[in-house]
Design a protein around this ligand. Structure first.
Ligand code: ZN
Ligand code: ZN
Length: 281
């Protein structure tokens, strides 16, 4: 279905390195990167708000590339970072990848969720240089880059974010400028989350690409369309001791993007009583 097909990949951040090899190896699909402004669909530094949830934006981004190239098949990825819902002190990184195939009317999505390695930011007026350099080291400078913006931007004199900072001299100058342009005199320093400046994120995008490729290589048992795979999982796995439903996954539903074929897999055996709200409250 995808052997020697050329798909567009809308990215300005070098994601071909991560997504190209698995799609070529598993499917024979080749990627073409058009010159499109993916920042129009949102930036991590906040100058442009993302116009919707990541699962919609990744499809819009794929279509942006298809429009620019005329390819009937398009690929894109979209990441989001935020606090972990059950452990707010660590960051959660979610990477979505999508393949849109207008020949079939098919949209296939895959998602990888992981704990983010360098989530969080630092507010500083620049006087505590030790704190600033320790933050830079923790973020992974110079292999990973930083961004700097004013902490409280003056509405009449907006200052563009400085991105891709990998040198200490550039960091110090950016913090001084952003502090001077902020109403509280402080700069906000954070990891640059754009993939080409974030090897940790690029590795997660590559994993998402492998999952997408494996899924696309799996035909639907009902209609033979590519992309059969997990569409839902339901908690409630019964405790193996007393049968009380737990929060663990009890069944996984695999489905097709084109037809209504579904296959439900029940998880066996039951849950460890140590994870049961009744046996181990
Ligand atoms: Zn099907
Ligand atoms: Zn139990």
């Amino acid at each position: 279905m995808y052997r020697d097909v050329v798909a567009s990949l809308a990215t300005r951040h070098g994601k071909r390195v991560a997504l190209g090899p698995p799609l070529r190896r598993h499917l024979g699909l080749r990627l073409r990167v058009p010159d499109v402004d993916t920042d129009a669909l949102g930036t991590f530094t906040g100058e442009v708000a993302r116009p919707g949830p990541a699962r919609q934006v990744v499809v819009a981004k794929a279509r942006l590339g298809m429009d620019a190239t005329g390819c009937p098949v398009g690929v894109a990825s979209e990441g989001s970072f935020g606090p972990h819902p059950s452990a707010p002190w660590c960051g959660l990184q979610v990477e979505h990848v999508a393949l849109v195939d207008d020949r079939l009317g098919l949209v296939v999505l895959e998602t990888v969720t992981t704990v983010a390695s360098n989530h969080g930011d630092l507010l500083t007026d620049g006087t505590d240089r030790g704190e600033l350099l320790a933050f830079a080291r923790r973020t992974g400078l110079p292999g990973h880059a930083l961004t700097v913006v004013p902490a409280v931007p003056a509405p009449d004199a907006p200052l563009a974010p400085v991105k891709g900072i990998v040198r200490v001299a550039t960091l110090l100058a950016a913090v001084a400028a952003a502090g001077a342009a902020s109403r509280d005199g402080r700069a906000r320093v954070a990891a640059d989350l754009r993939a080409h400046h974030h090897p940790g994120r690029m590795a997660v995008i590559a994993e998402a690409g492998r999952r997408l490729a494996r899924r696309l290589a799996t035909p639907c048992p009902g209609c033979d369309a590519p992309g059969f795979g997990l569409v839902a999982s339901h908690p409630g796995l019964p405790c193996s001791g007393c049968g009380t439903p737990t929060e663990l996954v009890a069944e996984r539903v695999h489905g097709c993007g084109l037809c209504a074929y579904r296959r439900t897999e029940r998880v066996r055996p039951g849950a460890d009583p140590g994870l049961c709200p009744h046996c181990n409250p």
